[in-house]
Design a protein around this ligand. Structure first.
Ligand SMILES: [Zn+2]
Ligand SMILES: [Zn+2]
Length: 560
């Protein structure tokens, strides 16, 4: 470990994690020195199935918004939604420049532009190896391989020495574009300056060995095109995975197929990546999806979105016969060049089932090596530790189990146990000449977006779960408090609880119980809130006793 020469009395540096440590998604970290904040990524998370109706999940920005004037810039490490998808929300509350490679900024730009917020930022393109001063920080961007081109690791030179952030990283020694993870430069910085703190991707820390190279997928795709000659081929992958798109296109073109992009983001990204020179498909080999039927099935390869079974995606619509230009037949082969992200297995499985029902032959990662991960596995993470030899280490980007697995790897590679900190969302760490230590917490709850931002909390979600699981029962009573009696009702209305037409007797009994409870409360001269509580208790007790279900009870007590 190179001795880090930090002068005594130098400003301390703090690192605050707003997301990504405890889940795969909504990555966002703040590095702070002398009152200046540098952000690393600002991502979103796609909701779990139990987050009913939620469109997406954001970091809690409240801590940042209070300090918005201190934000000197943001580094976008790469163009995935879990790293840049939150920008169009944060930029509503704060204004700052964004640094990233051309493709990263190209991918990030879409949502920011749609939200009309381009005027709130300045997109500053950086090149591999470039050094930029942002506030008090000297930044350097190092190329890394991942499942989207042009990802970077960020070297942040602070008053407390070098903080290195890996970004999402794998060590692919034969990447499609030949742009290698710059291990040499990482090692040089480690040897000359020393890395005081490393923050590194933990996604695959539990997986043994090395990840497969992206180019190995190309060979599998080539073999599949060969095997399925004469049949129409439809492939699905992430629209941002330009290298996968390249390999699908290469395999298709080498068998004389025309390539037809399908899905809004696929079309947009194919055209953007071609303009940037990152994707090479000959003009004559690219056709519009509307022209697919002008060609023999064996001369076509469709590349579409929806490899995660997303509800409104191209592949899902295809699987439901809902695409205008393309109808699947038993002469089609569908290749899902992807692996379901945890939580999406069910949706993907349903899409595969529907495709098979339509007679198509389906190839997926369960039966063929049509996918390679974009995240380093355990042996790659060990290699990083051996090259970077950080003084302090904090695993990032993962569920808690992944973070802990990554911490164990660092320890196995010789990091002293007390120099490895497992932090979580909301944790703030302080780095000074004495080292790295916890320094309090900031708000870091999930912020659920449904329609407009942040208007639902965990209470609303709990209510939605009750409504979804057991339905609701409302009881409306009109009372006269002077005469201490019920003058109208109870009116019982239910949704999602029982079939009302077949339960008339039970509903009548429920109505009687509610009437009795309200009358008794009135006779005791109770205030309206107490009458309401009596109605809720009577209705809830009856409902649960008779049906063993717990629908939401909505008592409404009105004064005549
Ligand atoms: Zn990523
Ligand atoms: Zn990520």
């Amino acid at each position: 470990m190179a001795a880090s020469a930090v002068p005594g009395g130098a400003s301390p540096v703090s690192v605050t994690f707003l997301g990504g440590l405890g889940e795969i998604g909504r990555n966002c970290a703040a590095i702070e020195q002398d009152g200046a904040i540098l952000l690393i990524d600002c991502g979103l998370m796609f909701p779990d199935n139990d987050m009913l109706g939620v469109d997406l999940v954001l970091p809690d920005f409240s801590w940042l918004v209070e300090r918005s004037a201190s934000i000197v810039g943001l580094v976008a490490t790469h163009g995935h939604e879990d790293h840049v998808g939150g920008l169009s929300y944060l930029l509503r509350e704060a204004s700052f420049p964004i640094y990233g490679t051309a493709l990263t900024l190209g991918l990030a730009r879409g949502r920011i532009e749609e939200a009309g917020l381009l005027g709130r930022t300045d997109l500053r393109v950086v090149a591999d190896g470039e050094q930029v001063k942002v506030g008090p920080f000297e930044l350097e961007f190092l190329p890394v391989t991942h499942s989207v081109p042009e990802g970077v690791a960020t070297v942040i030179r602070t008053a407390q020495g070098v903080v290195m952030h890996s970004g999402d990283i794998k060590i692919d020694l034969t990447p499609v574009d030949g742009r290698l993870t710059d291990l040499t430069r990482m090692g040089a910085i480690a040897d000359s300056e020393g890395v005081r703190l490393l923050l590194a991707d933990s996604t695959n820390a539990e997986e043994r060995g090395f990840s497969r190279s992206e180019t190995s997928v190309g060979r599998v795709l080539y073999d599949l095109m060969h095997e399925h000659e004469g049949r129409r081929v439809i492939t699905a992958c992430f629209a941002s995975h330009v290298h996968r798109v390249q390999q699908i296109a290469d395999a298709a073109v080498s068998f004389g197929r025309k390539v037809a992009p399908l899905g809004r983001s696929m079309k947009r990204n194919v055209s953007m990546a071609r303009e940037m020179g990152l994707l090479r498909i000959p003009d004559g080999s690219l056709i519009d999806i509307e022209e697919v039927d002008d060609h023999d099935p064996g001369e076509v390869c469709v590349i579409c979105t929806g490899s995660q079974g997303e509800p409104m995606s191209a592949l899902t619509l295809l699987s439901q016969s809902e695409n205008r230009f393309l109808k699947l037949t038993p002469h089609d082969t569908v290749i899902l060049s992807s692996h379901p992200i945890p939580g999406n297995e069910h949706d993907v499985s349903r899409v595969i089932g529907n495709l098979i029902r339509m007679g198509a032959e389906v190839v997926h990662s369960g039966i063929s090596d049509v996918h390679a991960t974009g995240h380093a596995k355990a042996d790659e993470l060990k290699l990083l530790q051996s090259i970077i030899k950080p003084e302090w280490f904090v695993p990032v980007h993962g569920e808690y189990r992944h973070l802990v697995a990554h911490a164990r790897i660092a320890e196995a590679m010789g990091r002293p146990r007390d120099h490895v900190l497992v932090a979580e969302d909301g944790d703030r760490l302080l780095l000074d000449e004495d080292g790295l230590r916890p320094d309090g917490r900031v708000p870091s709850e999930y912020v659920y977006v449904h329609g407009t931002v942040g208007d639902i909390g965990s209470d609303v979600l709990r209510e939605r779960r009750i409504l979804a699981g057991d339905g609701m029962v409302s009881a409306i009573v009109v009372v006269d408090r002077e005469r201490r009696e019920v003058v109208a009702g109870p009116e019982i209305a239910t949704r999602g609880w029982v079939d009302e037409s077949e339960s008339a007797e039970m509903l009548a009994e429920l109505s009687r119980r509610v009437h009795d409870a309200a009358s008794a409360a009135l006779a005791d001269d109770e205030e309206l809130p107490r009458v309401r509580r009596a109605v809720r208790k009577a209705a809830g007790g009856f409902v649960s006793q008779r049906t063993r279900r717990r629908p939401m009870i909505v008592p409404v007590v009105l004064e005549s």
